[in-house]
Write a protein that binds this ligand. Structure first.
Ligand SMILES: [Zn+2]
Length: 55
């Protein structure tokens, strides 16, 4: 499987609600997010510009 899976979607599908809140299950190195979660993340971080990820 080479398909990138959104980290947040993966957590929603594979972890329980409690696990999702546990920092131990948050992987900083695994930050591929789908468009929906990229927008959500940008919103949470307070970034006004959404659409491009820094390359
Ligand atoms: Zn997602």
């Amino acid at each position: 499987m080479n398909t990138l899976v959104c980290g947040d979607c993966w957590r929603q599908e594979n972890l329980t609600f409690k696990q999702r809140l546990d920092p131990a299950f948050i992987r900083p190195g695994y930050r591929y997010l789908c468009a929906e979660h990229v927008a959500l993340q940008a919103e949470l971080l307070g970034h006004p510009g959404i659409g491009r990820s820094a390359a």
